[in-house]
Each structure stands twice: as C-alpha cells, then as structure tokens.
Design a protein around this ligand. Sequence first.
Ligand SMILES: Cc1cc2nc3c(=O)[nH]c(=O)nc-3n(C[C@H](O)[C@H](O)[C@H](O)COP(=O)(O)OP(=O)(O)OC[C@H]3O[C@@H](n4cnc5c(N)ncnc54)[C@H](O)[C@@H]3O)c2cc1C
Length: 532
Amino acid sequence: MENTYDYIVVGGGSAGCVLANRLTQSGRSSVCLLEAGGIDSEFKIKIPAAFCKLFKTNIDWNYETEPQEHVNGRKMFWPRGKVLGGCSSINAMIYIRGNKRDYDSWAEAGCTGWSYNDVLVNFKQSEYQPRKPSSHHGSSGYLNVANLQEPNILSHTFVKACEEVGVPRNDDFNGPSHVGAGLYQVTQKDGARHSVANAYLEPALKRNNIQVVVQAQVTKILFEGKKAIGIDYANPYAQSDRKTVFAKKEIILCGGAINSPQLLMLSGIGPEKHLTGLGIQCRHDSPGVGQNLQDHLVAPIAYACTQPVSIGKSDNLYNLARFVLTRRGPFTSNVAEAGAFVSMANRSDVPDFQIHFGPAIFLRHGTVAPKEHGFSVGPTLIYPKSRGELTLRSNNPFDPPAIDPRYFSDKSDLDLMVEAFRFCRTIVDTKAFTPFRGKELYPGPHVVDKPDIEAHIREWVETIYHPVGTCKMGTDPMAVVDPRLRVHGIEGLRVADASIMPSIVGGNTNAPAIMIGEKASEMIRQDAQDFG
Ligand SMILES: Cc1cc2nc3c(=O)[nH]c(=O)nc-3n(C[C@H](O)[C@H](O)[C@H](O)COP(=O)(O)OP(=O)(O)OC[C@H]3O[C@@H](n4cnc5c(N)ncnc54)[C@H](O)[C@@H]3O)c2cc1C
C-alpha cells in the first residue's frame, strides 16, 4: 500500500532525525518521518547568536508551565523547536554528554546496556570531532562538534577566573573528566549552526527509501489489539485535513519530553484514571506516562562591562555581513560560550552544579535588551531533586498539555542554587575580571542575605531548556519503556528521545538525545536483523 512503510518515526528532532537516517541506511527498510513543524529554511536558524530570536515564532511550540508555587506563582516560558531538527534547530548548540555516573546509575537501576561504557560507542558514532583522535571522541560521525570560531575575551577571562578560585581548567568536558571550567564545544560547521536536520536528515534525503512529511502533527496511534499499526496525522494549521499511515514493523515516537507522553496519553496509554476522566479509552494503564518530569534551572547574575568588548551590542549590518561572507565575528557566538562544572568538595568527579557564562547580558531568555556592554554568569542546577508532571488538559491533540515541573518543590534545590549563586559572585570578584568588572546590575550588590538571594532567584530563575524523564525507561511499575525502549504492554511501539531518561544527566541534553537516537536505531536494527 502506498501509505505503508516499515517504520514510522514521529518527530524530526534531535533523536528523530538520527533514526530517520540510520533506519534507511541499509536500504532494506522504508521510513516515513512525520514532523509537526515545517522545513528549516529560516535563515536565522543558521546564525548561532540569533537563537533567542527564534523564540515565540512559528518554529517554536511556545509552551508555558502551570503557575509555579515556589517560583512566585510564575507561569514560565518553555520554548521547544517545531521545525525539522526540533530543538537542535533553536538551541544554544553546547555539546555536552554529562557525567559518566549519570549513565552508570541508569544501568544500576536496571537499564541494562546504558552504562557510560555502553553508550560511549553511540556518542562517538554520532560525532565528527576535528580535534585529534582520542578514545573519547569519534571522527567519522555525521554531527560536527567544533570549537567556537572566535570566543570572546570575556569567556577566556571566565575560565581564568575559575582557575583563580580553584576550579581546574578543563579543555574537554566530554573527555576523561566532566569537572572544571572551559570553553564549550558547539554543534556548528564553519561558524554556522549544524542542526541534527543538517547533520543526519540532509544526507538521508538522497535515499529513495525515506519519506519526510512536514506540517504533519500526529494526533493518534492506531492499534490492532495491543499492537501499534499506524498513526493519524493532520496539518496543525488546517486541522480538518487528516491522514493515516501504517507501519509494517514499528512506530517510534521522537516527539520529545512534552509531546511523546502527550501522544501516548491521547492514544490511550497512560494513567487510567486521568485518561478515562477525559473521555479517552484506556488501552494500557501506564501510571508513569507524563510523570518524573525533570528540568534544569538557571538564575543569571548580570554585570556591566567596563570595556566595549562584549557581544551585547553587536547586532548590526556589519556583523551580519561578516557572518555571511566570512563565517566569523560575534554572530558565530552561541552566547553561552564558556562554562564550568563545579564540585564544591573539589574531590568528586561528579559536579554539584554547572555555570553557564555569556559575554552579554542574558536575562529572561535574552529578551531583556542590554543597554550597555555586560556579561552574565548563570548558576545552573543540574541534579534537581524536584519532580514534576505533565498531564492532558483535554482529549484534543491540538491543546497544549499542562506542564507542571514543580520547580523548587524540594527545598534543597533552592538551597543549592543559593550556594551556586554565591560561588558565581566569587568568580567575578577575581583579579582576572578586574579589567572588565563593572557594576553588578542584576540583582545588584545590595542582595547579600540568604532570604534576599532566594527572593531574587525565585523572581529571575528560568528553564535552561532541558525537560526530560516523562516516558522513563526502566523495569519498575512507573517505567514507560523497557531498556530496549519498547513501550511496556504494547507491541510495535518505542519511544526514543529525551523523555526516556530515568534521571536527568548533569549537563545539556542535546548530545544525550542524539545518543539515544543512535542507540535506539542500533537496537531496532538488531531486533530486525537489518545490518549493513
Ligand atoms: C532554546 C533551547 C536551547 C537549548 N540549548 C541547548 C544546548 O545548548 N545544548 C544542549 O545540549 N541542549 C540544549 N537544549 C536542549 C536540547 O536541544 C534538547 O534536549 C534536545 O534537542 C531534545 O531532543 P528530542 O529529540 O528529545 O526532542 P526535540 O528535538 O524537541 O524533537 C521533537 C520533534 O518532534 C516534533 N513533534 C512533536 N510532537 C509531534 C507530533 N505530535 N507529530 C509530529 N511531530 C511532532 C517537534 O516539532 C520536534 O521537531 C536546548 C533546548 C532549547 C529549546
């Protein structure tokens, strides 16, 4: 049948594009990739420094959380990519795998095959790393992992300042140790964004066994008994235009941490009481769907810079021309150029928190326009104890789900943020920063006591865009997928994206989502004995 493929991949984001490529690689299987957003033709996607200009546009799902009780009742903005490449087309391009311990703890909890040693092969497989070959990096993968073209002097200063306060320099966060301070590597090619759509999908499009359908929002999974056999989709902008496709082998959900659990629940897989309450017939009672939501928070401190060296005032035609003609200059900056993974005890290989450093004033997702040169230091909570949930508002697939991360519901998260916040100030208070350090603008030097710092954090903290965990992998009753990413209780259906993480990794989540795509493809091909 014309509308039947071996595999259907739902969502052309970080993990979905990897699957679309790898499952068509041997030429023996056909794949239909359905993406709710459009093609990634918007030029700003290419410009690294413009990533926050993509927020609240038609390539952003533009989500908002429920009012957050412990964050001054704020409804918090959650951008997510709705376009080929998914979030990798709108993200800040930082390439970080996280800590070895993160993956080892998944394996210890029953996720056989997911220890760091197991998944290292999948990280390496994905990576084209221009640095000299090493046992930690791949040099023949699709994804370009590069040094920044022209890191700002303030970013170098941040690394020196960290060394001054005892945080060791680390030139490879994805090498032997994750702890320390350094410049981030980025998913860029020749100074422009290298999204997963560029890296994996573009080469796959040359094959004749792949079909990509854009503006195709999957609304429901179709079943024969407990076997997933097809899906319904519709154009999100013309919702009455509905179509169906069928899968001979499997359906793989790659809609990300918000949309994969949403689609499972719309299709009758989720907490029974919740589904029946919304008039959805429960096909499989899976109480963990939408639960276990985890995310990273950042609470930037912004300083004025006494020299005109920051990138905050570089949005002009000259720099645009430099980018277009030479792929150099401040437009190649990913803004969060440098960072640190800090272990307060200074003994552990597992950091307590991360710091994002940007040579610009970056507040409220980059929407607070800088009036002066400045820089930002962002203490970031990477191992939150708070857990949230995602539920449906209705049985209408076009209604956004209710997202409740329950930030700071575990008070120790806020305590650690305060500690990290104070530590960030000591970094800026160093000799290294003396030539550049102006006034502390946000929150300002008057905010010193713990209650005042807490109040500032509650008012200014924002997501750093890493929701995970809502279709967690495991073997316990709350697990949604098994360690081969098959949905418990259902045949022919897997989930492969950031939602399957049982616990959040200690770093940015794009490289892990790509690794999940690689590992899922490997397992699917093994199970189908499709090699070559
Ligand atoms: C603004 C921002 C900055 C970030 N910065 C970084 C960074 O610097 N470094 C880093 O490591 N991580 C970063 N991240 C996080 C990282 O990009 C994500 O964790 C990762 O891309 C998630 O991959 P995924 O495959 O799970 O989902 P996504 O990449 O979100 O892919 C999901 C795809 O599915 C599509 N989809 C959803 N529902 C449906 C449906 N029903 N039908 C069809 N298609 C559907 C979506 O449109 C999307 O294309 C950032 C994220 C954002 C939003």
